[in-house]
Ligand binder design. Structure first.
Ligand code: DSN
Length: 417
């Protein structure tokens, strides 16, 4: 980055830490389903002069002067996002996923209103009604679950809970669910009881934008997504909705939930949407799914239980019970060989969320590095070896070398050591 030389001169202490992280990202493998590597162009937009500006309000109607240029960038981000998701209205200001979801609830509900979301240990998100989260504290969440045999959403059960509880809003779209979602089925159930439909597509937005998974935007009332997962943009979020809800959504984001938008991030969002509109993005998204499928197949072949038996998207949840290791222990073992993953609950997990039974794996980051099915299968064999030989430090050391060697052949975009 052009201004790195200033950082080195002015603050070697911070530079050293950033460089350490660049080295870690470069020499280790990333299989956390919600992470990815942005392009150098997105990095540059994030590091631009737009960070200097305050612009509460919306294009053409701001509470600060000097925003004509900022209006241009925000309008460009909005237009690109509309095109990408076939959305009627887009708000590009949400700072991240939870604030975006908070704004959605704020736009459509009053505190105490009933909302229906998927249970956290079945793959839902904290902001979908968990008791320790603002969503569970402010709203009266009732939860639906995955079918215990299939590991999939059972639409009959969703309907049963919806007709019994009559929530004002139904939330679909999850953090640890590897299957296609029946958006039209949810909409039909919601229409029976007059509920608002809210899709949180944070995890799958890139795959939806590429046309590989069904797009809920034309079907649902309101949709949120982060911009940094499969979509491969900067940290941040957007909210999309039907035109008739535009005013209430905009008011909920600002002044309801947030102050000044982060204009440098808005610019980076615009760059990311521009990238996602290119044909190469579809090639990347297709490979993400192929890689996740290959990963699931390899785990299954090696005798692991994969929740729902496989994947349709970028992630899979593997039950580690048969290996006599918890998700947390597995996360620690894999970190020793240079592979980052995140522990995950499995449906009806007998273990607590801090030390659950499963591990969630995701392929967006490895795919961005250029890895394909053969590398992914190789990685699963190393993961299996590490789990089986977890008490042999010498074996773990040698696996770490193998990982490092593979990484050296697939540089992370934008990282030059
Ligand atoms: N923390 C994100 C994830 O890992 O899925 C969700 O916000």
């Amino acid at each position: 980055m052009e201004n790195k030389k200033n950082l080195i001169k002015q603050d070697p202490e911070v530079t050293k830490i950033i460089n350490k992280e660049a080295k870690r990202q470069s020499e280790e493998l990333e299989f956390i389903a919600s992470e990815n590597y942005v392009s150098p162009a997105i990095m540059e937009a994030m590091g631009s002069v737009l960070t200097n500006k305050y612009s509460e309000g919306y294009p053409g109607s701001r509470y600060y002067g000097g925003n004509a240029v900022v209006d241009e960038i925000e309008n460009l981000a909005i237009e690109r996002a509309k095109k990408l998701f076939s959305a009627e209205h887009v708000n590009v200001q949400p700072l991240s996923g939870s604030p975006a979801n908070a704004a959605v609830y704020f736009a459509f509900l009053k505190p105490g209103d009933k909302v229906m979301g998927l249970k956290l240990d079945h793959g839902g998100h904290l902001s979908h009604g968990h008791p320790v989260n603002f969503s569970g504290m402010l709203y009266n969440f009732v939860q639906y679950e995955l079918d215990s045999k299939t590991g999939r959403v059972d639409m009959e059960k969703v309907r049963e809970v919806a007709l019994r509880e009559r929530p004002k809003m139904i939330v679909a779209g999850y953090s640890a669910y590897s299957r296609e979602i029946d958006w039209a089925g949810f909409k039909k159930i919601a229409d029976e009881i007059g509920a608002v439909t809210f899709a949180d597509i944070a995890h799958t937005a890139g795959l939806i934008a590429a046309g590989l998974l069904e797009n809920p935007v034309p079907i649902f009332d309101v949709i949120s997504t982060t911009t940094h997962k499969t979509l491969r943009g900067p940290r941040g979020a957007i909210v999309m909705c039907k035109e008739k809800f535009a005013k209430q959504v905009d008011r909920a984001v600002f002044p309801g939930m947030q102050g000044g938008p982060h204009d440098h991030i808005t610019a980076a969002k615009a760059v990311a949407f521009g990238e996602a509109l290119q044909p190469e993005f579809k090639v990347y998204a297709e490979q993400v799914i192929k890689n996740a499928t290959a990963m699931a197949e390899e785990f299954l072949q090696r005798g692991y239980r994969v929740v729902s038996g496989g994947t349709d998207n970028h992630l899979l949840v593997v039950d580690m019970t048969s290996k006599g290791i918890t998700g947390k222990e597995c996360e620690i073992v894999l970190e020793k060989i240079g592979i980052s993953v995140s522990r995950s609950t499995i449906p009806n997990d007998p273990n607590p969320p801090m030390n659950p039974s499963g591990v969630r794996f995701g392929t967006p980051a490895a795919t961005t590095r250029g890895m394909k099915e053969s590398e992914i299968k190789q990685v699963v064999s190393w993961i299996d070896d590490a789990i089986n030989d977890r008490n042999e430090d010498f074996k773990l050391e040698s696996l770490k070398e193998e990982v490092k060697n593979l990484c050296s052949k697939f540089p992370v975009p934008g990282i030059k050591l």
